[in-house]
Write a protein that binds this ligand. Sequence first.
Ligand code: ZN
Length: 241
Amino acid sequence: MRVAVISDIHANLHALEAVHEAIDQEAPDEIWCLGDLVGYGPQPNACCEWTAKHAAVGLAGNHDLGVLGTIDISDFTDDAAAAAIWTRGVLGPPARDYLGVLPTSGRREEIGLFHASPRDPVWEYVLTWEAAEAAIHYSGFAITLVGHSHVPLAISDDPGLPGGHAPGGKEIEFDGAQWLLNPGSVGQPRDGDPAAAWLLLDLDERRASFRRVAYDVERTQTEIRDQGLPDALAERLAHGV
Ligand code: ZN
């Protein structure tokens, strides 16, 4: 089975459409989404509709839950909270109903899926070796998939294997070790590369391939500004931060 893994779309429809085109060229068997469909960006309804239609597995992230009111947004940054409040005002019933039934973790084949981390699927950022190692051991799965940090990562429990940030073009073989993989973010990358990120997993060949695809950043920036969302949310997309 071949799977396209996406995460942290953040209501950026033009990034999502570019990723969709790239995924279509690979024709995977399934698409899995690790959460944060909404928040920050200007097109929450269209991104929920796309994910409901195309993703075989969907998770909810902290931004989805903040918009729904399931978690308190007082812990959000000012810009994130402003975007969550704006999203509440525009989110239609189909998107609300879809997000409302998504779990924050899941399992498929021998793979554990979590929005943030196995021990805290909503909030914990896995950005250090220590956190990655703890996540791998806590989950116990051969492959642990997380999103949330918006930084693509490939880290194994084998100290002899190089791991860490996984830029576009990075390929790994995942036999013989447990791996933590983060596909990076579709709609708001934070590793210095503004291109939308996704991950192709080949469970038969035991390979993972980290992909990036350029999209029309200015179009999303214009929509963010037109909706009166914080300008910093538009600005950061140009720099991938
Ligand atoms: Zn996110």
